[in-house]
Design a protein around this ligand. Sequence first.
Ligand SMILES: [Zn+2]
Length: 183
Amino acid sequence: MTSLSKICLHWTAGSNNPCDTDLNAYHYCIDSKGRIYAGKHKPEDNLNCYDGNYAAHCGGNNTGCIGLSVCGMAGFNLSKKQTKYPLTQKQIESLCCLAAYLSVKYGILISEKSVFTHYEFDKKKTKPEGKIDITYIHYLPNLSKESIGTYLRQKISWYRDKIKQSKYKFEKKGSYYEFSVSN
Ligand SMILES: [Zn+2]
């Protein structure tokens, strides 16, 4: 594959901070404050997934696919809907801003085929693994699991316009990155 053409959105099913396993599995992890941590693998490592040096975040779909993950949701299941680490609004906003930034950087269009949640991808497989990321947002409890992908894509499109207008800048702040609003 010669280009990065897809973005898969995940949650880590861990705490609100990234652990080593998370940083190995995803290209970027986002903590509860919306801070963005670069993983061990660059997005470009996923152009070739035959050499073992890539972020294995989306089984059956890693090639050309960038993996972003919001940290949290440990122990969550769809019947009880409980976790010590619910996703925060700052996290979701940061996730969408990052996805938008990368979509501009790599020329990825925002559609269901190119930007999707792990849940959306998994359920299309002949043998789904039962992935549930991202199917629930605690601060938006009325959003159904089927509508979350669309909700996130709308938000990503909104940020994409702002990024094209240079309203948000991706900045390194020591060990993490953050988007700053420029006037
Ligand atoms: Zn996932």
